[in-house]
Design a binder for this molecule. Structure first.
Ligand code: MG
Length: 179
């Protein structure tokens, strides 16, 4: 049993983990963007923004790690500002909140589930773009792509993401509830 003096305050642990999930439906005639990269395909992912399922899951993982409001609360689909928005905007805001809380990203890992297009040829570009957005080395961004075997989800793209944060500095003044 650790003594009380070994315990860090609950709001200031040395590391924090975050988990994000998202899914979007494929629709014909719209561009496909995954992980900040445009992919040639006959369908894109529907959604109010650019539909980037992977960047949305990364954003929610970052927000969750610092117990901030989630992507839907911060960027509601009802707000016309986010119509067609580049999802990098959401990720950057989440990262700002991570830094304000006194943390930086140690690494992240993602599983992407979709039947097409094949992600393998684009994996390096996606990892590089996400590493650039997160300010980490590309060796700190994991990406696995799976096909939805037995899930009957041929028309969906699904992303699961975990991030590990490490304490870098003292937190700035906390935001008000739901700010
Ligand atoms: Mg989404």
């Amino acid at each position: 049993m650790p003594s009380n003096k070994d315990r860090r305050p609950a709001n200031n642990p040395a590391t924090r983990i975050g988990y994000g999930f998202d899914s979007h439906e494929f629709r014909s005639g719209i561009p496909l963007k995954i992980g900040g990269i445009s992919l040639a395909h006959d369908k894109g992912l529907g959604g109010h923004s650019d539909g980037d399922v992977l960047l949305h899951a990364v954003t929610d993982a970052l927000l969750g790690a610092v117990a901030a409001p989630d992507i839907g609360a911060l960027f509601p689909p009802s707000d016309s500002r986010w119509k067609g928005a580049d999802s990098a905007v959401f990720l950057r805001e989440a990262l700002k909140r991570v830094r304000e809380a006194g943390y930086g990203v140690a690494n992240m890992d993602a599983s992407l589930i979709l039947s097409a297009p094949k992600i393998g040829p684009h994996s390096a570009a996606i990892r590089e773009r996400i590493a650039q957005l997160l300010g980490v080395g590309v060796d700190c961004v994991g990406l696995k792509a799976k096909t939805p075997e037995g899930l009957n989800l041929e028309n969906a793209a699904i992303a699961h993401v975990v991030v590990l944060l490490e304490k870098r500095s003292s937190p700035k003044k906390p935001r008000k509830k739901n700010e």
